[in-house]
Design a protein around this ligand. Structure first.
Ligand code: G3H
Ligand code: ZN
Length: 296
């Protein structure tokens, strides 16, 4: 089985991206895994601290490991947005492949100091683990928001990216490049899209010179995603779109079968709904720029 690092290297060489999808339960895990297998695309499953509290740190690690081993398939597990070293250590010990150590709300120098310490501790525990650091402000909450935060103030500069990578030793970097966590109501309705600062991605990548992750990708313009991948994003995180599809699939299943009480007769519709979203995003990420429709 290829390592996560190797999978990222291959994606970077091909200028495609690996999809990262957050899950909270077996329904979403099944959907992500089935979509990835259908497309034969390596995939990363992510659980934030809240998602891990619900599903169980060791339990999610055991489930992902069992899928990887039984199907000999490159599915990896990320401890997404981990705000404390204790919680990062817990995930590393449980067997997570990757930790997003996120103290990006702290002043830059303190973010550098704490992230460097986290990298040292986690690598001492598990030399093979990948650690991601985050700089800038992309808002928080993979939910439906009424209004967008002011993203302009927290954009990542190439110089900051270089200093952060050099001083912390992170394996991957999550910058702020116009991306934002969650979706606005107008995005859910399909009337607006997130737009990315492609030139900034290119400039940050040139200085950071490590793998970069695009967080907050739900509701982003498809063409911007293709351009972002071509400009240096090797991983793309999707959560709100997964949650929205889960809710819509579940609502529709319950409405169609109001008297059904058997979970395994209701939940497959939620799996299908999430699977469609994941499959569409994976197809776009793994085709890279070649997927751009003619005439655009
Ligand atoms: O870490 C998770 C992601 O950055 C998800 O962001 O909810 O906007 O897709 P999203
Ligand atoms: Zn994120």
């Amino acid at each position: 089985m290829e390592t996560l690092h190797k999978v990222l290297q291959q994606a970077e060489t091909k200028r495609v991206a690996i999809g990262h999808f957050n899950i909270s339960d077996l329904v979403t895990l099944k959907a992500v895994f089935e979509a990835a297998r259908d497309l034969n695309a390596p995939v990363v499953v992510g659980t934030s601290e809240g998602e891990r509290r619900f599903i169980g740190v060791r339990q999610v690690a055991a489930m992902v490991k069992s899928l990887r081993e039984e199907y000999d398939f490159p599915i990896f597990l990320n401890a997404d947005h981990t705000h404390s070293l204790l919680s990062a250590i817990e995930a590393a010990k449980a067997g997570f492949d990757w930790i997003v150590f996120d103290v990006s709300t702290l002043p830059f120098e303190e973010n550098v100091r704490q992230t460097k310490a986290a990298v040292e501790t986690l690598k001492a525990l598990r030399p093979d683990i990948l650690v991601e650091g985050e700089i800038g402000d992309i808002g928080s909450g993979s939910e439906i928001h009424d209004a967008a935060p002011d993203l302009q103030k927290g954009l990542t500069t190439p110089a900051e990216a270089k200093q952060f990578v050099d001083e912390t030793g992170v394996d991957t970097l999550a910058p702020a490049v116009g991306n934002m966590h969650g979706m606005l109501k107008s995005m859910v309705a399909g009337n607006t899209k997130k737009r990315l600062d492609i030139e900034r991605i290119r400039a940050v990548k040139a200085e950071a010179r490590i793998f970069m992750t695009l967080h907050g990708a739900s509701g982003t313009d498809d063409d911007d995603l293709r351009e972002a991948i071509a400009a240096g994003m090797t991983v793309v995180h999707i959560n709100t779109e997964v949650r929205l599809a889960w809710r819509r699939g579940l609502d529709s299943a319950l409405a169609k079968q109001p008297d059904e009480i058997v979970p395994y007769k209701v939940l497959p519709q939620a799996v299908d709904s999430v699977k469609q979203v994941v499959a569409a995003r994976l197809a776009l990420f793994s085709a890279g720029r070649l997927a751009r429709p003619a005439g655009q």
